[in-house]
Write a protein that binds this ligand. Structure first.
Ligand SMILES: [Zn+2]
Length: 254
């Protein structure tokens, strides 16, 4: 498995900033609109249809698209049309989608995950064994939108990024974190002062850095966080690192 590549693919460009000191916000965000309910998805266990799907797309760069498709198919009978289910999955928050993936894995292949990754320090293979039931999977309830005041008196309203946004972000093939931020901000910005969305990337690209940072920080504060990466320690050299979530090895254990 190609760890670094997979990590780049799955990382939310907003997510990476969370570990660092949060940027200063001009004013604390106030949430508007009602909270989203966490949907209970009527998933069924995977069949050969889905196993073939994962195998067929195991080398695709857009792992979010594969995850979304996999969940959508498991919301309908094997082989049935999943068009409506696809829309439903794409509207989930990324953390909700990821929690559903873990549920799907557990009901399809059991609780125990055994995987192998290469140590980035010494190159040796490290066996990973863990139980999915040990993962903290509760997704905090999140508001549908956040509002933040920027540049003194401009009210910006943003909606939270979804599994569909993540899929579109990856299929846009943007090379660079700033480009990806511009893209996601444009997609999630609902209103900026008197202007109503939809917004083009040209608009969010033209915003001052402090404004972009304040809007991202507002989103980060309320976005539920679910980290599917695994903490691994190499038995040979002692190197410890975080191995990214890898879809094929998660759903096609061999
Ligand atoms: Zn090592």
């Amino acid at each position: 498995m190609t760890s670094t590549k997979a990590s780049e693919r799955m990382d939310n460009p907003f997510g990476r900033r969370r570990a660092a000191e949060p940027p200063r916000v001009e004013e604390p965000p106030r949430t508007v609109a009602a909270s989203r309910g966490i949907p209970a998805l009527p998933l069924r266990p995977m069949t050969g249809y889905e196993e073939e799907l994962v195998e067929e797309h195991r080398d695709d760069a857009n792992t979010a698209a594969l995850c979304n498709e996999l969940l959508a198919r498991c919301l309908v009978p094997p082989g049935a049309d999943a068009t409506a289910a696809r829309t439903r999955v794409r509207s989930l928050l990324v953390a909700e989608r990821d929690a559903a993936l873990v549920s799907l894995r557990r009901m399809s292949l059991g609780d125990k995950v055994s995987s192998r990754v290469s140590c980035p320090a010494c190159g040796r293979e490290v066996e990973i064994d863990f139980n999915l039931s040990a993962l903290p999977l509760s997704v905090a309830e999140a508001p549908e939108r956040v509002e933040v005041v920027v540049e003194g008196d401009i009210r910006a309203v943003l909606r939270l990024p979804t599994a569909g946004d993540q899929e579109e972000l990856l299929s846009a093939g943007l090379d660079g974190e700033s480009l990806r931020r511009t893209f996601l901000l444009a997609r999630t910005l609902v209103r900026f002062g008197d202007r109503e969305g939809p917004f083009e990337p040209e608009f969010t690209r033209g915003l001052r850095l402090l404004v972009r940072n304040a809007m991202e920080e507002a989103l980060e504060r309320v976005m539920p966080d679910l980290d599917l990466s695994m903490g691994v320690t190499c038995h040979d050299c002692g190197h410890a690192w975080s191995a990214p979530f890898d879809v094929p090895s998660f759903f096609l254990p061999r």
